[in-house]
Design a protein around this ligand. Structure first.
Ligand SMILES: NC(=O)c1ccc[n+]([C@@H]2O[C@H](COP(=O)([O-])OP(=O)(O)OC[C@H]3O[C@@H](n4cnc5c(N)ncnc54)[C@H](O)[C@@H]3O)[C@@H](O)[C@H]2O)c1
Ligand SMILES: [Zn+2]
Length: 508
């Protein structure tokens, strides 16, 4: 891996870069140093001697060379980002930004001696650099690290950050990932949204981890569960942001289950036509599904998720540790979606689930969550606006949605999905030579999930035909074909009726 450090002069690129390289067992290169070695004079002098244009040409040469190896930490000269070509080169590697407040930067630079870009008045000059270069650093940097504490602390944080798995651009997975919300949320005001059970625990600790430098963080607690997604809550939050005077580059951080990430996402999507968004999902459903893929939204009295937008988060921090406090019922609900991903999208994930004797914990849980998240992200990448294959995520949801609605939402989403998975697996066994229905049913039972609905098929039918998947093209159904593979099929009414019947029949 190549890690390039960017930031204003004095942010610590050389010092921290060297220690980081040491810690990672990587080599360290400093592009200014490389220039000096090649041309026999310090960067400051070369800048004067060659003039800016020729100096920058040399700098591009050093950068290209530095980024061409492997397992390196590269400290980049402060002006490297000025050139689009250099920014393009940087996009190929992991770029981290280092930052500190001006007094700290100035004191580190000891008044700017030896730094050509800071003469003659370092304080004024730093302001100008901040204005001109920071947006360019932001364009290339994946995450930001505060370097005012002892360098060793910054180095440790960066190392822990790099140890997270990056599942997709901006999606990080791993124990402790929640601690990095501050690396993505700018340095101005931040609105932290959460739900009641998290206030004194996860949300508080994230708030503390965000509170450094000049950042002001305001925590807003929204009603628990689906009530968070009411229009009034949404409106209150927008007004709150306006009262706080939040601007377009200030961030919304949403910490919670899918209700909070959906709401927070839509707030961020719509306030001033879009502000940066950081998601810290804390339920299995949110970690494996809701917080991934950019769908945000709220409800109307007329229906769930009727208002929303596709809006990507700047960062999504998936931290399985936060599931420790999740009630078992919620945990099981989420596992139904994980089983769905295994059954329809990832045979290896299903095989792992099939070994569970009870709801998983530790590495087994982490493995499953990561695989489920990756499966969803793959579909999203191939079909960002839900025009095709993304519909495969609805495996088990045709009957599932109908069960939820028919029960007056007494059956939770996850339990309804489990019922839906069981029903469609049995249907596929009858009609599509799917031979693993028994395994699916047994797994669901071991996880404490239901496999059929104690209701009336005719009643369920009325909800099935209302489902939005029943478009002008007849009925659509997602059907498992083998373990790890499913297909979106167009089916006749008769087949849907069979699904309704199976959903309400206890399996043998
Ligand atoms: N945008 C999408 O693509 C997408 C996909 C799936 C679901 N969703 C949405 O997600 C929502 C359902 O998600 P959910 O099940 O996470 O709902 P939720 O946010 O209501 O959370 C469920 C419950 O768990 C509590 N909780 C959350 N994290 C906790 C923790 N770590 N410890 C203890 N308690 C915790 C919550 O306070 C709540 O009571 C629905 O609104 C659904 O529409 C969206
Ligand atoms: Zn679902």
């Amino acid at each position: 891996m190549i890690v390039a450090l960017v930031g204003l002069p004095g942010a610590g690129k050389t010092r921290i870069g060297r220690e980081l390289a040491d810690r990672l067992g990587y080599s360290f290169l400093d592009t200014d140093q490389m220039l000096q070695e090649r041309l026999g004079a310090p960067a400051a002098e070369l800048f004067e001697r060659l003039g800016e244009e020729a100096f920058r040409d040399e700098e591009t040469g050093s950068l290209r060379e530095a980024l061409s190896g492997r397992d390196r930490v590269v400290s980049t000269g402060g002006g490297t980002v000025l050139r689009p070509d250099n920014r393009r080169l940087l996009r190929e590697v992991r770029v981290l930004g280092l930052t500190a407040r001006d007094p700290q930067l100035l004191s580190r630079l000891r008044g700017g001696r030896g730094r050509p870009v800071l003469a003659p008045n370092p304080a004024d000059r730093l302001q100008i650099l901040r204005r001109d270069r920071l947006p360019l650093y932001e364009e290339v940097a994946e995450a930001w690290f505060w370097t005012e504490s002892a360098p060793v602390r910054a180095v440790e944080r960066i190392r822990d950050f790099l140890a997270l798995r990056r599942l997709a651009p901006g999606v990080y997975f791993g124990r402790g990932a929640r601690r990095f919300a501050g690396s993505f949320s700018g340095f101005g005001r931040t609105l932290l949204l959460t739900q009641p059970p998290l206030v004194d625990g996860w949300a508080r600790s994230i708030l503390d981890s965000l509170s450094y430098g000049e950042r002001q963080v305001t925590m807003e607690v929204v009603p628990d569960g689906e009530a968070a997604k009411e229009f009034g809550v949404y409106q209150d939050l927008l007004r709150r942001m306006a009262h706080l005077g939040m601007t377009r580059d200030e961030t919304v951080v949403a910490v919670g289950g899918g209700a909070v990430t959906d709401l927070g996402g839509f707030v961020a999507a719509s306030y001033m036509r879009g502000v940066p968004l950081v998601l810290v999902p804390t339920t299995v459903i949110a970690q494996a599904d809701a917080a991934l893929g950019g769908k945000t939204g709220i409800d109307l009295p007329e229906g769930k998720n009727l208002v929303g937008a596709f809006y990507p988060a700047q960062a999504t921090l998936v931290d399985p540790e936060t599931l420790r406090t999740l009630p078992l019922a919620e945990f099981r609900d989420g596992l139904a979606e994980v089983v769905k991903c295994g059954l329809g999208l990832d045979a290896e994930l299903f095989a792992a689930c099939a070994t569970w004797r009870r709801p998983p914990a530790g590495p087994a849980l982490d493995f499953a969550l990561e695989r489920a998240a990756r499966a969803k992200l793959r579909l999203v990448a191939a079909d960002p606006k839900e025009a095709g294959d993304r519909a495969k995520l609805n495996l088990g949801h045709t009957a599932g949605h109908a069960v939820e609605a028919a029960s007056g939402y007494q059956v939770s989403h996850g339990r309804a999905v489990a019922i839906g998975l069981a029903a469609v697996s049995r249907l596929a066994e009858r009609r599509y030579a799917f031979s693993h229905a028994r395994e699916v049913l047994e797994l669901l039972r071991r996880l404490g999930l239901p496999t059929y609905y104690r209701g009336d098929p005719d009643d369920l039918w009325t909800y099935l035909v209302r489902d939005k998947k029943h478009g002008s093209h007849g009925f659509r159904m997602v059907v498992p074909r083998r373990i790890g593979t499913c297909e979106v099929l167009r089916v006749e009414e008769e087949e849907m009726r069979e699904l309704a019947a199976l959903t309400c029949t206890p399996p043998a």
